[in-house]
Design a binder for this molecule. Structure first.
Ligand SMILES: [Zn+2]
Length: 122
């Protein structure tokens, strides 16, 4: 399953971030996933929840995922528009077929919540 390797990569990246920030625990992570990325959010959550258990730093991290809509720019009229439709698009303003995808293919870690030594004393 594709999402398992993504989850393993994510845990590695989160471990790096946690260590850089002297974190004792990662409590939450927020991801942005483009609708065109081919990643199934539910599968990724499932995979992450399984993989994180092998990593004490990560084992209580809650994952949340925000789906990024597709954003196109029309090459003809230069307007941009958002869509949820994965099938072939035309510009809603001028009906041009000449479109450029601006976002919707990405997958990145948007935000990481950590607990550090100092904070746990408060
Ligand atoms: Zn247009």
């Amino acid at each position: 399953m594709h999402e398992v390797s993504i989850a393993i990569g994510m845990v590695k990246e989160l471990t790096r971030i946690a260590l850089e920030n002297n974190a004792t625990k990662v409590t939450g992570v927020k991801l942005k996933i483009g609708k065109m990325s081919g990643i199934v959010a539910d599968s990724l959550i499932f995979a992450f929840d399984a993989v994180k258990l092998e990593h004490p730093l990560m084992s209580s991290a809650a994952i949340s995922i925000e789906e990024v809509p597709l954003v196109y720019e029309c090459n003809t009229c230069k307007k941009t528009f958002e869509t949820d439709n994965l099938s072939f698009q035309t510009c809603p303003f001028c009906e041009s077929y000449s479109l450029k995808l601006l976002s919707g293919e990405e997958m990145h870690i948007e935000n990481v919540e950590i607990e550090t030594e100092e904070e746990s004393h408060v």
